[in-house]
Design a protein. Sequence first.
Lengths: 169, 663
Amino acid sequence: MNFKILIITTIATLFLWSCGESKKKDNPVKSTTKKEVKVETQKKEEVTTNSTKLDLMKPTLDNKGIGPIKSVKLEAIDDKMVAKGKVLFKTNCTACHKVKKKYIGPALKGVTKRRSPEWIMNMILNSEEMLQKDPVAKALIAEYNAPMAQQHITKEECRSILEYLRTKS
Amino acid sequence: MNTYIKSLFLFVITTFFLISCGPPTSKKNSNSKGAIAGNAAEKVYVAPGDHDSHYAFISGGFSGQLAVYGLPSGRLFRVIPVFSQDPEKGYGYSEETKPMLMTSHGFVPWGDSHHPDISQTQGSVDGRWVFINENNTPRIARISLKTFETEEIIEIPNSAGNHSSSFVTENSEYVVAGTRFSVPFPQRDMSIKDMKGNFSGALSFLKINQETGRMNIDFQIKMPGFNYDLSHPGRGKSHGWFFFSTYNTEEANSLMEVNASQNDKDFIAAINWKKIAEYVKNGGGKKVPARYTHNVWNDDTHNATSTMEKEVLVVEPKDVPGAIFFLPTAKSPHGCDVDPTGEYIIGNGKLAAQMTIHSFTKMLKAIEDKAFDGDAYGIPIIKFDAVNYGTLDQPGLGPLHTEFDTRGNAYTTFFISSEVVKWNVKDLKVIDRHKVYYSVGHLMIPGGNSRTPDDKYLVAMNKITKDRYLPTGPEVCQSAQLFDISGEKMELLLDFPTIGEPHYAAGIAADKIAPKTTKIYKLEDNKHPYGVKSEAETKVVRKGKEVHIYMTMIRSHFSPDNIEGVKVGDKVFFHVTNLEQDYDVPHGISMIGAQTSELLIMPGRTTTFTWEPKNVGVWPFYCTDFCSALHQEMQGYVRVSPSNSNIKISYTLDGDIPGEDDL
């Protein structure tokens, strides 16, 4: 008698189990949805960190990120470069970033005090790899959901944007 | 008992693992029709992530479009909208693309596309542009092979049934458009029964600007009122000549299937276009009034313009002696094909069990010797024996089209006997024949209309498929069949369905196009009059009853996304710019109740659709193309108030005027 029950249970389990690939795939989607809701409710507070272990407001100046920029030497602020960077920032970045206010991505006021110049430039030039591998970038996407868009700008243009951001400390 | 149950239990489990989710291998084998040799699958298998070796641009026939496939896999990559509206891409619905479909008859939303042909340099396909003709409302289109978008459409005046088109000369000097139906030239009110001697056939030569690709009707030859069915350019030694097949030399105007099939021989018209171009350059020909549209797409302003042209230069054959001749050809020939050396001109005698092969060398000699057999409307008819190289008798039934390889072989389709026949042009001997399924029309060898066809693949395009695919009601797909022609015998590799009726195709090695394709439109180069370059520039402006929304989109929001002050009776223009600058990140947009279509907007591009709200309420719009994990959040609202409301226009994003920040 016990055995009969066992058989039935086993068969039933097998049928529930088999071809379960698609069900498994559903799970991550569900969890994302949950996360989104969470972010939504906390939107009005200036959240620094919660689900992730990193404190996103804490400076990580030793982290140079991953990408083409290995070393940037900062000198006195170059006004010409700032002017150029401001125009580029407006076209390429303002759809997702504001200076003062959290928007699609984080507010950028003081970003040069939190992140190294190399990290900032790599995040702009190589966002896809950064979002996969860099711990800070990974924490950021977990927090903000929207991935940093790749805008295909040159290294030189990117350097101007960095110069502009230095004036927003 | 226990042992019995235990073994039953094991049996059930084992059976389960054997049957569950298993690949239906046994089924596959038993369904095989056996026509395909063992390694055919390997030859067409392109592993996931790998690329095909060739592009095939297969005409969409009565869909009016052009479809892009990969060879050898037969995978469909894209349907390029050309002559018909395409709601999937907003083509012909967006304000910017509507002018592309303007004609002298007004806005025509549909076309019948026929013969794609790729531009050439020094006798080889070069991958700059592909041209295609529209048969019904005569037009020629040019499609960029950088953007895979239709860049230009020019209407052909004095023409009807634009069929012997759109073939290019070996340096893309000209693309031609010949009329299938002869008509009064210019059009006038007259009795149909008076056709004979009073209708004419226009053969148009469109000059191509080598920098921009722009087409311009250089001249039209006013030919006798026959039907000009197909054409091909001379090449190599015969470069400078163009050959057109004719039928209905009887000039019948009714029950054509009988009355246009009386003569045992019709003609191939040989046109020395270099001579006529020279004549025109020196002031020859006569400008006559004509109305035809010339529609041009501009990639800087992201807009098309349609211009009505007012005259065309017409050349009468009698005014350029020595430039036009008729070559007698059996019977109502369809395809008119020229081999890669330029020596052999082949008439596919649709109603004869015979292929007529003319010799270009003999033709020049016959002209020199004046070996003529009278004339037709003043155009000399060359004596058949003086121009004919030979005939291929009884190769099959209903020959339609011929393509070539570089080894001296021709491949001809036979519509009635449903086969492709391989034969040697010089020896006039059949080498191989292969059944096709069924009723084959055109065939294509990549680089076909050139001096350098590729000897690897042949695509047969079939009109009828009957039992070849799963049935889909009375209407079943048409299809292409891929052959390997690298060996002595043709080997059938693959069947794949096509859109519309596949009237001819053009093929080219992938590396001539793929590395040069456009990835994005640069935002900084966007000169669309309603384009914006950042969210700070987005706005909503009322102009009387018109409301213009300057909107942007980026993963994953619109700016602005809350709009108020729109009223019933307004015409709302959504001018939407995709701010993305990354490859393969289009966004779509659609508005509830809009009587156009969605827009699919590529990175850096601005596109416009209109919406005339009929009802008061708050109405959503959203992104139609899954763009990111937050795609479902990419939406907005427009408030529509009564027509007498005094609510002013306002627009916000996240509660602010878009772009408000301390920059």
